[in-house]
Design a binder for this molecule. Structure first.
Ligand code: C2E
Ligand code: MG
Ligand code: MG
Length: 279
């Protein structure tokens, strides 16, 4: 017999799959925003838009739980367009309200790259929302890039020609060697070091545990990319990253992803205090 837990999970999955097709018309999607902070000054220099699904029965659902279903069913394209438009519109509204002008990044699903209307939709969205292209960033994952290098690079060139910046997300998880970074030169503007490396940072065993992060930062700088550390939670990690000249910091130490209204309040403050996160 199935346990209640398994049965519940299955019921949830089936419900999610059939409900997913209606999320946009039922107004159930919401973007949360997480600040990116300049490591030296604590100043907010960007933000990442992260998708949430407010499900009437199951509550707030994390993208890790429904993006894979959306990719499987093909509905991800519709969702991706909604994300891009909503993030651009929101950023323009913040700018019009006199808040500091910062780039906001969106995460692009792997399959979006294979769609022919990606570039035209990006152009249309910027035009329609009147947001300048320098304030839109696109994050793509390393694994996808490695698997489809040729196609992805040509799309990236087109996006960068429009003035949109490209960030390589979850760097270090895709099993690419550090030397493959060289191939990304001139294609990728920002490198995001995956949280798994940040978690290992320590001030007591500096040489052993921090070696990789230190190398990634140095190499990226040589290749004219700026570097952001993901998932920074402690002051110890921050201190190490500052020491290695990491450009930007993102993580619970400064703020979790929060609704647009809350994010606007942070933007107004301009600078954030690092506050240790404990679960
Ligand atoms: P990601 O792009 O690597 O986003 C970072 C994830 O780490 C986010 O999880 C964020 O909430 C979490 N995070 C940030 N700082 C910390 C920290 O200090 N500690 C810990 N433990 N976690 C931290 P989230 O929001 O659940 O998103 C998960 C993934 O879902 C994202 O990973 C991204 O790959 C995907 N995703 C989110 N929004 C979208 C979207 O609009 N479109 C697509 N295609 N994928 C999305
Ligand atoms: Mg991301
Ligand atoms: Mg990431």
């Amino acid at each position: 017999m199935k346990s209640k837990h398994t049965a519940d999970n299955e019921a949830r999955l089936i419900s999610l799959e059939s409900d997913l097709g209606y999320v946009i018309e039922r107004n159930q999607l919401e973007l949360y925003y997480q600040p990116k902070v300049f490591a030296e000054t604590n100043q907010i220099v960007g933000g990442e838009a992260l998708l949430r699904w407010n499900h009437p029965e199951w509550g707030i659902i994390s993208p890790n739980d429904f993006i894979p279903i959306a990719e499987k069913t093909g509905f991800i394209n519709e969702i991706g367009k909604w994300v891009k438009k909503t993030a651009c519109k929101q950023n323009k509204a913040w700018q019009d309200a006199g808040l500091p002008k910062i780039p906001i990044s969106i995460n692009l699903a792997a399959t979006r790259f294979l769609e022919s209307d990606l570039i035209s939709h990006a152009m249309d969205t910027l035009k329609e929302t009147k947001l300048e292209s320098q304030y839109l960033e696109i994050e793509i994952t390393e694994t996808f890039l490695l698997e489809n290098e040729k196609v992805v690079f040509s799309v990236l060139d087109e996006l960068r020609n429009l003035g949109i910046k490209i960030a390589l997300d979850d760097f270090g998880t895709g099993y690419s060697s550090l030397s493959s970074l060289n191939r990304f030169k001139g294609k990728i503007d920002i490198l995001k070091i995956d949280r798994s490396f940040i978690q290992d940072l320590s001030s007591s065993h500096e040489e052993d545990s921090n070696f990789i992060v230190k190398m990634i930062i140095q190499l990226s700088h040589q290749l004219k990319m700026s570097v952001i550390a993901e998932g920074v939670e402690t002051n110890e990690q921050l201190t190490m990253l500052q020491k290695y000249n990491c450009n930007m910091i993102q993580g619970y130490l400064y703020s979790k992803p929060i609704p647009a209204i809350e994010f606007a309040k942070l933007l107004k403050k301009d600078k954030l205090d690092p506050l240790e996160y404990s679960n």
